[in-house]
Design a protein around this ligand. Structure first.
Ligand SMILES: CC/C=C\C/C=C\C/C=C\C/C=C\C=C\C(=O)SCCNC(=O)CCNC(=O)[C@H](O)C(C)(C)COP(=O)(O)OP(=O)(O)OC[C@H]1O[C@@H](n2cnc3c(N)ncnc32)[C@H](O)[C@@H]1OP(=O)(O)O
Ligand SMILES: Cc1cc2nc3c(=O)[nH]c(=O)nc-3n(C[C@H](O)[C@H](O)[C@H](O)COP(=O)(O)OP(=O)(O)OC[C@H]3O[C@@H](n4cnc5c(N)ncnc54)[C@H](O)[C@@H]3O)c2cc1C
Length: 558
């Protein structure tokens, strides 16, 4: 959980080679990387810039006389900063640098760069490398810094699957300007399942513990109740169980789409890139944010013991919440999706709705009302309505500002909070849709029934959470919202008997969970006492600090 120094080798270094190195280059590098003869990381972010890639300062200048690239970090803000595994573990990196050929700045490109000697592991001349220090979490990963002092690498170390520099300096452009960003798109497309997994771990701990913990009464005179029987506890935990499933289903779809994209790009078809970029930008942002919220609620649902490291939920939170920042800060990525949504609105206004992709086609179709009692399909129409409403509202705001003479970037900035709201609603619609489709495909009727309950819980919870939008224009009435509330409480109670099975079905071992509270055997109190006794402070009855500090103070007559 605390991370692994080689995580980025598998998560980004190898995928970057697969997607961006030519077949010929990969004959040299890929097998070695897969056998871990060389260990690598993905070095893109700098001390001064992470989000705005066009302003990366590390340069790779082509020297036609030696057929080499000269890597250089001209100032302190140009140092690579953050890459996982860079500090101490990696001897190679995929380095993203601004490529300059014949004095022309050609933008960020990826290069395979050796950082350390393969035998001694010492950093090579011209390279400054080290660890950036402790973080909120993930402290088993050596996130690092990296500087280049006119460091030379062969021309052939530019990853050349999609773009090339010939020996004479002729540049062959890629089929899509952002194709070099593929390693990021890959991780974003995997993040929904990854984050769903973090959320699932925290929920397993909290739900199991909530069936052991007894506190207070629902009806007087009986045994104290398991805290999971409180409606408030169920409301805290069960919607997140539904989300953990929903994120996993959505993630399976984006992983499949990324695999498809890779195949299509190899045949020269880059048409899926914009769609997948928009989709994964939004999904990554919504899923990481809701996961962090869900984990924190799971921690609080364990009361005081949740605050102890024995629960292990704080570590899960620390790791998961990093996802709000890495692979694109959430606001920045929501705004990427918003660009796509605004473009879709512009297409509709231009009478080109037929050209809209399947995920945004609903933006052109107005619905007057819904009958929620007819079931989940009607909820989907309601989600479409609120997303459409907000997308149009935010887009119109932006377009009006543009028309009034504001510069594009200024108009964008003044509309950006509304735009991020539209992106979230669009993404939540996508999550609900994929959840619905995935549950429909389940073959086992008993499993399908339980997952359908979770789906119902999810759509009622979500609709209530975004009710302001639907009430604003009178799309939903207050009596319809009362119905949604009743349904929500109905499904909380219906899910209660299956709650433990739902979390157990994720099959986390005790070793994976590392939680005293969430252990399979349920012996929480015995295990907590044993855990506390093993605390380093309990190794001796009297600590040395007593002699050194407490006694002089306690014995003073002041
Ligand atoms: C397998 C993994 C499983 C689970 C993960 C679990 C654990 C992981 C463990 C640890 C953490 C690991 C690693 C973390 C790694 C990193 O963080 S790596 C660094 C990540 N950095 C970023 O994400 C930077 C974010 N910034 C950007 O991506 C870009 O700068 C940008 C915000 C997209 C803007 O780029 P740019 O300025 O170049 O572009 P714009 O001018 O804004 O847009 C121009 C048009 O291009 C389109 N575009 C942009 N990006 C893409 C893309 N990737 N694909 C397709 N199209 C793209 C954009 O939409 C614009 O289109 P237009 O509107 O039509 O003009
Ligand atoms: C755990 C972890 C692991 C990482 N691993 C790697 C790695 O392996 N390799 C690597 O290269 N990098 C890595 N990173 C770096 C990471 O990708 C960046 O930190 C991330 O992309 C955010 O960029 P930033 O730090 O520049 O944030 P900033 O962009 O400085 O963000 C600061 C604030 O500014 C806002 N902001 C910035 N631009 C805009 C805008 N255009 N519009 C509106 N608001 C804006 C943001 O929303 C945010 O609130 C890692 C980071 C973490 C935390």
């Amino acid at each position: 959980m605390e991370g692994h120094p080689l995580a980025l080798h598998d998560v980004m270094f190898i995928p970057a080679l697969v997607a961006q190195a030519s077949d010929e280059q990969n004959k040299k590098w890929l097998r070695r990387a897969q056998r871990r003869e060389i260990v690598g990381c993905y070095a893109q972010t700098e001390l001064g810039h992470g989000s705005n890639l066009r302003k990366l300062e590390t340069t790779a200048t082509y020297d036609v006389s030696t057929q080499e690239f000269v890597l250089h970090t001209p100032q302190i803000t140009s140092l690579k900063w953050w890459p996982g595994g860079l500090g101490k573990s990696s001897n190679y990196a995929v380095v993203v640098a601004n490529m300059i050929v014949k004095e022309k700045h050609l933008g960020p490109h990826s290069f395979l760069v050796q950082l350390r000697d393969e035998i001694t592991h010492q950093s090579l001349k011209g390279i400054t490398v080290g660890d950036i220090g402790p973080k909120l979490s993930f402290n088993a990963i050596d996130n690092g810094f990296l500087g280049f002092d006119n460091y030379r690498i062969p021309r052939t170390n530019l990853l050349m699957r999609h773009s090339r520099v010939e020996p004479d300096g002729t540049y062959v452009k890629p089929p899509h300007a952002k194709i070099n960003y593929s390693a990021m798109v890959r991780v974003r497309s995997h993040m929904a399942t990854g984050q769903g997994n973090f959320l699932a771990q925290a929920l397993t701990i909290a739900v199991r513990y909530s069936t052991v913990r007894r506190q207070g009464f629902i009806e007087s005179g009986e045994q104290e109740v398991k805290v999971l029987d409180y409606q408030t506890q169920q409301h805290r935990l069960f919607p997140s169980i539904a989300k953990a499933y929903a994120f996993t289903f959505a993630g399976y779809e984006t992983i499949r789409l990324y695999e498809q994209l890779l195949k299509e790009v190899d045949t020269g078809n880059v048409s899926l890139m914009a769609d997948l970029h928009a989709l994964t930008s939004g999904l990554k942002s919504v899923v990481t944010h809701q996961t962090a919220q869900g984990i924190e609620q799971a921690r609080m649902a364990c009361g005081g013991h949740g605050y102890s490291q024995a629960s292990y939920i704080s570590e899960i939170f620390g790791v998961a919440v990093g996802g709000c920042t890495y692979e694109g800060e959430n606001m920045v990525m929501l705004l990427q999706l918003a660009r796509y949504l605004v473009k879709s609105v512009e297409q509709i206004k231009a009478g080109e709705s037929g050209k809209l992709g399947p995920l945004v086609a609903y933006l052109a179709v107005k619905v007057d009302g819904v009958d929620l009692e007819k079931g989940v399909e009607e909820y989907m129409k309601a989600f479409q309505h609120v997303s459409r409403l907000q997308t149009w509202k935010a887009s119109e705001k932006f377009l009006k500002l543009l028309k009034s003479g504001e510069k594009r970037e200024v108009a964008w900035n003044k509309s950006s909070v509304e735009l991020t709201r539209a992106s979230r609603l669009h993404t939540r619609l996508y999550i609900a849709e994929t959840f619905k489709r995935s549950v429909q495909e389940v073959a086992d009727p008993r499993l399908k029934e339980v997952l359908t309950d979770l789906l119902h819980l999810h759509v009622n919870y979500e609709l209530l959470d975004m009710a302001t939008y639907a009430l604003e224009d009178g799309f939903l009435s207050s009596s319809q919202l009362d119905y949604v509330r009743d349904q929500l409480y109905f499904y909380l109670a219906k899910i209660r008997p299956n709650a433990v099975s739902l979390v157990d079905s994720w099959e986390f071992s005790d070793m994976q969970l590392r939680s005293v509270l969430g252990r399979r055997d349920g012996n929480v109190y015995e295990n907590l006492v044993a855990w506390a006794k093993a605390s380093p402070l309990n190794k001796t009855d009297v600590l040395p600090s007593v002699e050194k500090y407490l006694k002089p103070m306690m014995n003073s007559k002041l």
